[in-house]
Design a protein around this ligand. Structure first.
Ligand code: GLA
Length: 427
């Protein structure tokens, strides 16, 4: 086909492709940014990876961006967001990979905090105590795990477990990042001491800069009747590991906003457990100051009504609610599994029509933001888990407002309309 015979649609398509290739923005000058659209309601933020925090095309967090792409990502973050969270670099395995005072790796975390300070953002720390992405040494000691009769010598066990292989009789806690330790364990006192040292060191380093901390992440069990999930924190310390973590964080920075953070709170049964847990912490005067609802959801659920209900119930606790890790998987049934493993969560839109997927995503986001705005007396912050679809942990589900070229998708417009109290775009 000769070029002059292209019909109008093809010519528009061609022009768009050329503009995108040139890096031109599709946002018109008078389009509101997210942070401005919601400035009377809540902070709007994004989790950033190491490439953005350091401004370099390093290969990190499963992200592979060129320098040019990183610069565009940074420009987008500065333009749209007034809050930021670290996708990985403040997790224990990254900031404190080895025992001892010199076992810390502060470089990437410092870069993250400097990024937030220099762009005048509300900076979040994520996360202090979690069953995932925590190195084996944290739990290691000389006490045999329950049910292990003939353990190998501590030296053999240590070598085995640092290689990530389970011992006989051992169990795994959380798949994915670093949850496989089952060798001889620390005592309660040793683990509390390690937890306290870690929390004091990390929180104190960023005191006054990091304004809110996810002190404990994902302690609630998904199914069954137990409130707490099985983890080495629970097995070794006991259920008061949560209270202790909050106490230590409060000692280290009395002004920091301390959050309990979890996923699946759209599910009524899990939400009941959250409410029971937080009430019990409040009765014990534990300094838990905000609820973090991750909100890794999908296009089919929750509806506006379901999210409205979830927020109504959670706000009975009398605490601010932070939407801490928002993304909407573009595939049906792509709800977050119990694993943080990317490959387990990459449900896809492949095979679907892109326009249809975009419309469903826009509708889902519109419903969520209508609910957030309705509850803005308690919803104080909304963080997207990633900047654009390409760098998302659920990249194949295209779960965010911006595509891999940092161009806004229809969901972006839908969210802006929700800020203005307008209904979704008529079709
Ligand atoms: C959980 C954690 C986040 C992140 C996601 C998956 O939600 O809180 O830090 O690891 O899983 O990327």
């Amino acid at each position: 086909m000769k070029i002059h015979r292209l019909n109008l649609n093809s010519r528009i398509g061609l022009l768009t492709a050329v503009l995108l290739a040139m890096g031109a923005t599709a946002r018109s000058g008078d389009t509101l940014t997210l942070k401005d659209a919601f400035k009377d309601h809540f902070y709007v933020g994004a989790a950033i990876n190491r490439t953005i925090a350091t401004g370099t095309a390093v290969r990190a967090d499963n992200v592979n961006r060129t320098s040019e792409q990183v610069n565009k990502d940074i420009a987008l973050v500065k333009e749209q967001f007034n809050q930021t969270s670290p996708e990985n670099d403040l997790k224990w395995a990254l900031i404190h990979p080895r025992p001892g005072a010199d076992g810390y790796n502060f470089g990437p975390a410092d870069a993250y905090v400097d990024f937030g300070v220099s762009h005048n953002m509300y900076i979040v720390g994520h996360t202090l105590v979690w069953h995932g992405q925590t190195p084996n040494w944290v739990f290691q000691g000389t006490n045999l795990p329950p049910g292990v009769a003939d353990a190998p010598s501590p030296a053999t066990a240590a070598a085995t477990n640092m290689a990530g292989t389970n011992m006989p009789g051992g169990r795994r806690f959380g798949r994915g990042f670093g949850g496989g330790f089952s060798g001889p364990r620390a005592s309660r006192e040793e683990l509390l001491q390690r937890m306290r040292d870690h929390i004091h060191t990390v929180v104190a380093r960023y005191k006054g800069k990091i304004k809110a901390w996810d002190v404990v992440n994902e302690a609630i069990a998904d199914g069954g009747t137990n409130i707490l999930r099985n983890s080495l924190w629970l097995e070794i310390i006991g259920p008061d590991f949560i209270a202790k973590a909050f106490e230590y964080a409060h000692e280290a920075d009395p002004d920091a906003n301390l959050r309990y953070n979890d996923y699946g709170l759209e599910n009524p049964a899990k939400r009941r457990k959250l409410i029971a847990l937080i009430k019990s912490l409040q009765e014990q005067h534990v300094p838990v100051m905000a609820i973090g609802s991750q909100t890794h959801v999908n296009v089919s659920s929750p509806s506006f009504e379901a999210e409205d209900q979830a927020l109504t119930e959670m706000e009975t606790l009398g605490l601010p609610i932070h939407i801490t890790e928002l993304d909407v998987n573009g595939a049906q049934g792509g709800q977050r599994s119990s694993s943080a493993d990317i490959s387990n969560n990459a449900a896809t839109t492949q095979g679907g029509l892109v326009d249809d997927a975009n419309r469903k995503l826009a509708d889902a986001y519109a419903g969520l933001f209508r609910a957030f705005v309705k509850h803005d007396k308690s919803v104080k912050l909304v963080t997207f888990w990633g900047v654009n679809d390409r760098v998302s942990w659920r990249a194949q589900g295209r779960p965010l407002l911006f595509d891999g070229n940092d161009q806004p998708k229809p969901a972006f417009e839908a969210v802006i309309r929700a800020a203005k109290g307008e209904q979704p775009n008529p079709r």
